[in-house]
Write a protein that binds this ligand. Structure first.
Ligand code: HPA
Ligand code: ZN
Length: 338
């Protein structure tokens, strides 16, 4: 019988919570720094990795935003996205919904168009060369004001056909969902599907407020919802997908160890949880590593893993026929695995 790790590796999968800036590996960071004549402030890639010892979300964000300085040209954004997409393909990810943070780049003078053109050129190549479908999610930075998000939405509207959804990320504490009520309403009116990070470091109320005020279709993270039984019931009844990122939660101190992670309890409570890598270059692994280590720590079996993958297909922003095709593909894989 194939091992659970082999089953995970070979399974067709979707990834729905992935920040493209969080896939910047130290080696590529140095290569881009050299190409653009930028000093990263680090001597070696080992020094970079040693700095990834975070005690909370803000600690991580400070390092993550600083590293983005090496991303300058359209080719840099292409190279960043292409590196992730090749890795995703090697892990048998067949559909990826990719977040990007435009303001991280426009705030330092890089044109929105430079960013989105580089990213989407790589995504188009993934469709044709890797048989990997993709969607792009434009995330607003919640530590900046709503006016900045509104300007970003205006820029996104100039590339309407390239973006499927809007998201909300960065520092959750002190920046609740209602701060972005108006820009989300306008984005929904323009046909963007709304998602938001909530209940990662912030309280369960951020999850319910994201549903009620931002009218999100998925919650990114949402793990702190487990503190509120009524909210768990609501999420389960409404089948709201949660894009859970186990390595991220442990590396950012949301839970002490993977064994303390509530993923198994979330499945048992009927929640539509999915597994994702969030910022894999920073948190110690890509999607398969997240699945394997979490399955080992929580004693998940093959059925649990398949259920998590099916949840991610159901939660994907894809036409119903494409979702059915993904299920068929997974069913065939499960049937052929011994
Ligand atoms: N939370 C908030 N903002 C982020 C994250 C995250 O996990 N990753 C990248 N930006
Ligand atoms: Zn995230």
């Amino acid at each position: 019988m194939t091992s659970l790790d082999d089953f995970i590796d070979g399974a067709p999968k979707a990834e729905l919570h992935l920040h493209i800036e969080g896939t910047l590996e130290p080696e590529l960071m140095f290569a881009l720094a050299q190409r653009n004549g930028i000093d990263t402030g680090y001597e070696t890639t080992d020094n970079v990795r040693a700095a990834y010892d975070f005690s909370n979300l803000q600690d991580f964000l400070d390092i993550y935003y600083a590293a983005c300085d090496v991303l300058v040209t359209e080719q840099d954004f292409y190279d960043l996205a292409w590196a992730y997409l090749q890795k995703a393909h090697a892990q048998n990810i067949v559909h990826a919904e990719i977040m990007f943070d435009p303001q991280t780049h426009t705030e330092r003078g890089v044109a929105f168009e430079t960013v989105i053109t580089g990213l989407t050129r790589a995504m188009d190549d993934a469709t044709t060369q890797l048989d990997l479908s993709t969607g792009l999610i434009m995330s607003f930075l919640r530590h900046l004001d709503e006016a900045s998000a509104e300007r970003t939405l205006d820029q996104g509207l100039e590339h309407r056909d390239k973006i499927i959804a809007v998201g909300l990320d960065s520092s959750e504490l002190g920046h609740p969902p209602e701060k972005f009520a108006r820009v989300f309403a306008r984005a929904r009116g323009e046909g963007f599907l709304p998602v938001a990070h909530a209940g990662e470091e912030g309280p369960p109320a951020n999850v319910s407020d994201s549903l009620d005020i931002l009218k999100v279709r998925r919650i990114d993270h949402g793990v702190r919802a487990v503190e509120d039984p009524a909210l768990v019931e609501r999420l389960a009844a409404a089948e709201i997908p949660l894009t859970v990122c186990p390595f991220s939660n442990v590396r950012l101190g949301v839970f002490a160890t993977l064994a303390d992670h509530p993923l198994k309890a979330m499945l048992a409570a009927g929640l539509k949880a999915t597994v994702n890598s969030d910022d894999p270059a920073y948190f110690g692994g890509y999607l398969n590593e997240n699945f394997s280590a979490t399955a080992a720590a929580l004693d998940l079996n093959r059925d649990d893993v398949a259920a998590l993958i099916r949840n991610s297909f159901d939660a994907a922003f894809l036409p119903a026929a494409d979702i059915t095709a993904l299920h068929t593909r997974l069913d065939a894989y499960v049937a052929s695995s011994d």
